[in-house]
Design a protein around this ligand. Structure first.
Ligand SMILES: [Zn+2]
Length: 158
């Protein structure tokens, strides 16, 4: 495990697991140096926050990957990063999103949960802005998507 500012990097299988807060100390733009066989796979489930300098370096990372012909895959993208990808088009680059977290709420018991959506398996439904159905882990009722699909899923429409 390696620490850069308030972010940690851990290699797990074929992915680099990034966790914590991303700021300029994370030096994200250097991440392309860790690509293996033309691929850079980032697991982003543990990212809690990204500030404006972190976003700047994220965009530089995407640009460097594009220039070097590196395929970037984003897995388990945490909600704070989804919001950035939706707000700033340049953050999307040419990256493939494999899966991401999305907010759901249960009307039956009140539970709110960030749930993982497989973007490949659900690609057709997501392109129609239909959130995949999810079951409440607490009471088993069907949960409702807790954001606006046209806003939350816009980063998928590259
Ligand atoms: Zn419930």
């Amino acid at each position: 495990m390696e620490t850069r500012g308030r972010m940690t990097i851990d290699a797990q299988g074929d992915a680099l697991v990034l966790a914590g807060a991303i700021d300029e100390a994370a030096a994200l733009h250097e991440m392309t140096g860790r690509a293996a066989a033309g691929r850079l796979t980032l697991d982003l489930a543990g990212v809690t926050f990204i500030n404006s300098l972190g976003v700047r370096d994220w965009i530089r990372m995407q640009a460097a990957a594009q220039k070097a012909g590196i395929a970037v895959e984003l897995r388990r993208v945490a909600e704070p990063l989804v919001h950035q990808l939706n707000m700033i088009i340049a953050t999307r680059g040419n990256a493939t999103v494999a899966s991401f977290f999305a907010p759901y709420a249960c009307d039956a018991c009140g539970r709110e949960e960030s749930l993982l959506i497989d973007a490949i398996q659900n690609a057709a439904a997501l392109s129609r802005l239909e959130p995949p159905p999810m079951t409440c882990p607490e009471c088993g009722a069907q949960m409702a998507f807790n954001d606006f699909p046209e806003r939350y899923f816009s980063f998928l429409a590259v």
